[in-house]
Design a protein around this ligand. Structure first.
Ligand code: PMP
Length: 433
């Protein structure tokens, strides 16, 4: 049968033969067939502005990144037990962006693998199993990652935290346990409570893992002073500090290249994923010399695909492109413009309770007068924006946060278009849906 399958054919086949817990985006699913920059096109030639894809970091199908991969693919691809300059070149590009304390890299293939390796490093370094993580945090799909991801084990199908996982409340200054300014100390005291719990059980602290902006939690910016204080407490207890930069890294924050740099801390381990390959599966773990030395305890860490010449050619070109095209600066300028325009919208549309985030990593939280979450209205907005050719995603524990995390080539014109349609849809009568 040479006929192109219809979307319904694709859906029917997926339902029967692909993972049953795999969901589809949108009420009427889309088949995308092309990408370019901040745009995607479906099979009918309809063009969409993409405000969702933080993987296509320097733009969908960036010609230089595509070419780097194609050229290396035609020459040789092997595992990293052979010498190759590409792995060194990517290491150099990455290390240039990191503080000198973080000077050793392990290359892997996904954010989950990066966090899985980070936790192994913690165990090898400290001899401890207890990990402290945020409520509604998400760190990946592997077993150890799921065990520290409250987003999963506290959600549908989950069965709560395991003995060695200590969860502190989502440090959300808008609707969380402590609200308003100066909540950093209060939330850090919750991290100290997790440490006390571990000590009361006569065990020691392995690590704290957290994103600099908690993405699945609904783009939660960490309150001022929270991270520095938490690092201090964890280190005093002998634990390590991991910054999960799978979503926030590689220039998206605008002001800084990495999210942890917004908080004036230096982690012991940084995990890097999504944007590094611009869609190609490559990820990395950066750590200190000390952490790397203690991890090399005799058991080899080998990863068949991690650090192969094709992936490294792609990763190095992504980082070069961020630098060459000044994309961190673009994330800062366009992000700040967009955030201020979104804040303007709150004056006309009171259901926008909060606008937050950094650079091109923003969130809009929809609530009623009593701050109750408006999940259905948020879903309505994302679906109506799609009708107008703009892709947006929703997240947060109450599904009431519209997320904006486009390829960082997103322009001021794109931001204006986004605001134009948001104004139009927010003005629709959708409170009673
Ligand atoms: N950490 C964070 C913060 C993530 O958002 C994700 C993926 N959404 C992961 C880790 C896991 O990455 P991957 O899906 O590439 O395994």
């Amino acid at each position: 049968d040479l006929k192109t399958p219809t979307n319904q054919d694709l859906i029917t086949y997926r339902k029967e033969h692909l993972g049953k817990s795999l969901s589809l985006q949108y009420k009427v699913p889309i088949k995308m067939v092309r990408g370019a920059g901040q745009y995607l096109a479906d099979q009918f030639g309809k063009k969409y502005l993409d405000t969702v894809n933080n993987v296509a970091h320097v733009g969908h199908e960036h010609p230089k990144v595509v070419k780097a991969g194609q050229e290396q693919m035609a020459l040789i691809n092997t595992n990293s037990r052979y010498l190759h300059e590409n792995i060194n070149a990517l290491a150099k590009e990455l290390l240039e962006t990191l503080p000198p304390e973080l000077s050793v890299l392990h290359f892997v293939n996904s954010g989950s693998e990066a966090n899985e390796l980070a936790i192994r490093m913690v165990k090898a370094n400290t001899g401890e199993k207890d990990i402290i993580a945020s409520e509604v945090g998400y760190h990946g799909n592997a077993n150890m990652c799921i065990d520290i991801s409250s987003y999963k084990f506290d959600g549908k199908g989950g069965s709560g935290a395991l003995e060695h996982t200590q969860i502190f409340p989502l440090p959300d200054a808008f609707r969380g346990k402590y609200r308003g300014n100066q909540t950093g100390e209060k939330y850090a005291a919750e991290v100290q409570q997790c440490i006390d719990t571990i000590h009361n059980k006569k065990r020691g602290v392995g690590a704290l893992i957290i994103e600099p902006i908690i993405s699945c939690g609904g783009q939660i910016e960490l309150p001022e002073g929270f991270l520095a204080k938490s690092y201090e407490y964890v280190r005093k207890a002998g634990g390590l500090c991991i910054s999960d930069e799978v979503q926030t890294g590689c220039g998206r924050m605008g002001k800084t290249f990495w999210g942890f740099q917004l908080h004036n801390v230096i982690p012991d381990i940084v995990t890097i994923g999504k944007p590094l390959g611009n869609g190609h599966p490559i990820a990395a773990v950066a750590c200190t010399q000390e952490v790397a030395e203690k991890f090399a305890n005799g058991m080899e860490y080998f990863n068949t695909f991690g650090g192969n010449p094709v992936s490294c050619a792609i990763g190095a070109e992504v980082l070069k492109t961020v630098k060459r095209e000044n994309l961190q600066q673009n994330a800062l300028e366009v992000g700040e413009y967009l955030k201020s325009e979104l804040k303007e919208l709150t004056k006309t549309f009171p259901i926008i309770g909060d606008v937050r985030g950094q650079g091109l990593f923003l969130g809009i939280e929809l609530v009623d007068e009593e701050l109750n979450p408006l999940a259905e209205q948020t879903d309505y907005l994302a679906n109506r924006m799609k009708d107008h050719g703009i892709l947006m995603s929703t997240d947060g524990p109450d599904h009431n946060v519209l997320k904006i995390k486009p390829p960082i080539v997103f322009t001021k014109e794109n931001a204006k278009e986004l605001i134009h349609y948001l104004k139009k849809i927010f003005a629709e009568d959708f409170m009673q849906i």
